[in-house]
Design a protein around this ligand. Structure first.
Ligand SMILES: [Zn+2]
Ligand SMILES: [Zn+2]
Length: 572
């Protein structure tokens, strides 16, 4: 990822007494997998430990987590994980991390509630979780560094910015945030405390860059009520609404409207069920019991008396909405007069799946356009003016954009420059790039440490090798060619012509003479291996593979997976 940048040569040596290292091992230059290593002579911990959802070029992979290679030389020193909030891109890799390093995890109630469910699934120790309240403080490790949680508004409850009080100064990490002027739960971003910290002097600010490309301010969560209310008003049949299952404030608005419009609520999807129960138990969601209808009783209700909350806003194939559209949910058909509202944004990469899903709903006769309704979604990330407000409140010595593509990070740096921050006070980090702060005020970037992605396939208890994913891509693109060579064990000669077999490889499907050509090349490659080397099956396979790849590429431009199989001919 970072081959253009110099390597941090001494990364395996522990930091000096006056040195603090900040190393994003994920989440910069990409969306997802947020994880920041904070490392000094006495302290070593992570801020967030997220996962990345795989894209189409990672077939068969369920999840992608950071490579923790940097931590290995310091494995016995890791002290804690501090969490800003409960989104997957901030906590999703924790089950894999905690299996290797069962250290204490600190976060707010809703964050830990979501995490608890994951740890249970992975059979991990729940006593590692330690709850922190808004404005609460925790001494990390031996107490050299103290962390402080400051509430921020975002798209789920209990999100926080993190302040680290270190010997190198006060560091502020914004987490994912916006400055919602009208939060549903009345829990505002703690700008007063952030300004107070700014007054006292902040050494460094790491801030969310997600929406730096949007001018002005992000709309308040409460504006969604307008569009959702219009959907209730204008729908004669069933109203299906899909949203992110952790967006409890969105769910609250829908439930409130259901109450006003006298519709009962059906909940469809495992993560919605889980998060609703969690939010109710933490008194973050007000949901009257008699408003809920079990999905198996849905057929007893008139269409206009129901609103169906479902998972699947990103077109996920196993979601409640996808099952419904495949007519796998009994007694709850989608039909003319119904409406489907997608109360979410499309995460980049999911547009095609979402568009397909909307198409199926339209085929069933439902209305899917939200045009003319008013807003049905509000982003959880602040736009330019909010980002500027944070910089102006905190007034850091050093500004570090985080959480976004490299373009976002650069744009956020430019925003700081426009606000008067000089270039040497803006540090553009990237995955694995280390920033060092020294107690005497010095700052430097000594280079990159090893970072990368690890692939998770559920049910396989080790990480999937990147080569496996690479092979799958090749198979998908160009297919596979097998060459079977039958060898006489006594003489070392070929006992028959090589057999060529292929799947998904376009040139071979009906062209016999092409098969003969490849068989001839395989034979020649085999015969050119000096007899002394033929005892080594690996060398034989390499020679055949190379020759076949070369001829296939020359004749077809394709690069299928080539698999030579060398068998001993049966005697007699
Ligand atoms: Zn988030
Ligand atoms: Zn995030």
């Amino acid at each position: 990822m970072m081959s253009v940048l110099p390597e941090f040569k001494a990364w395996e040596q522990a930091p000096a007494k006056d040195e603090l290292r900040l190393i994003p091992i994920g989440g910069l230059g990409e969306f997802g997998m947020n994880a920041l290593v904070v490392h000094s002579a006495r302290s070593l911990f992570l801020v967030d430990c997220g996962q990345l959802f795989p894209s189409d070029d990672q077939p068969g992979i369920d999840s992608i987590v950071p490579d923790f290679a940097y931590l290995e030389p310091f494995a016995d020193r890791i002290q804690a994980v501090l969490l800003t909030h409960g989104h997957e891109d901030h906590i999703g890799a924790l089950p894999y991390f905690l299996r290797r390093w069962p250290v204490p995890v600190y976060g707010t109630a809703f964050t830990l509630g979501i995490l608890e469910g994951k740890l249970r699934e992975h059979d991990l120790d729940l006593s590692l979780l330690h709850q922190v309240k808004d404005y609460g403080r925790v001494k990390v490790g031996d107490g050299e560094i103290e962390a402080e949680w400051i509430p921020v508004t975002h798209s789920l409850p209990d999100a926080c910015a993190l302040v680290l009080h270190t010997p190198q100064g006060v560091l502020v990490h914004s987490g994912d945030f916006k400055l919602d002027p009208d939060p549903l739960d009345g829990r505002f971003t703690g700008m007063a405390r952030l300004t107070e910290l700014g007054d006292a002097g902040v050494r460094l600010l790491m801030a969310d860059s997600t929406n730096v490309g949007r001018p002005g301010r992000s709309p308040s969560e409460s504006v969604c009520r307008e569009g959702l209310e219009a959907a209730f008003e204008q729908t004669k049949g069933r109203l299906f609404i899909t949203t992110f299952s952790s967006n409890i404030h969105r769910l609250q608005q829908i439930i409130d409207l259901a109450w006003e419009f006298r519709r009962h609520v059906v909940v469809l999807g495992r993560s919605l069920d889980r998060n609703i129960n969690l939010a109710r138990s933490l008194k973050l969601l007000d949901l009257p019991d008699d408003i809920l209808v079990d999905v198996k009783d849905a057929h007893l209700f008139d269409s206009r008396d129901l609103v169906v909350l479902c998972t699947g806003s990103q077109g996920e194939p196993m979601s409640g909405l996808a099952r419904l559209l495949r007519r796998e949910v009994k007694g709850l058909p989608m039909s003319p007069g119904d409406r489907l509202v997608v109360s979410a944004r499309a995460i980049p990469g999911n547009e095609v799946a979402i568009s397909r899903m909307l198409d199926v709903a339209e085929r069933l006769g439902a209305e899917t356009s939200s045009e003319g309704l008013g807003p049905v979604h509000a982003s959880g990330h602040g736009s330019r003016e909010e980002l500027a407000d944070l910089i102006k409140a905190v007034r850091p010595k050093q500004m570090v954009p985080v959480h976004g593509t490299y373009r976002n990070l650069r744009a956020h740096g430019k925003l700081a420059a426009e606000l008067g921050w000089k270039a040497d006070r803006i540090s553009l980090l990237d995955g694995g790039l280390c920033l060092r702060l020294f107690t005497n005020g010095k700052v430097d970037m000594p280079g990159t440490v090893p970072v990368g992605k690890c692939f998770v396939h559920e049910g396989v208890d080790h990480m999937v090798d990147a080569r496996v994913v690479q092979d799958r891509l090749i198979l998908q693109e160009d297919g596979v060619v097998f060459a079977t060579l039958l060898v006489d064990a006594q003489t070392g000669d070929l006992a028959a012509d090589p057999t060529i077999l292929s799947r998904g490889f376009v040139m071979l499907s009906d062209d016999e003479s092409y098969g003969d050509l490849l068989a001839g090349v395989a034979r020649k490659a085999y015969e050119e291996v000096p007899p002394a080397l033929r005892k080594d099956p690996e060398a034989l396979r390499d020679a055949v593979r190379l020759a076949l790849r070369r001829i296939v590429r020359k004749t077809t431009q394709a690069r299928p997976l080539v698999i030579p199989v060398i068998l001993e001919a049966p005697q007699g």
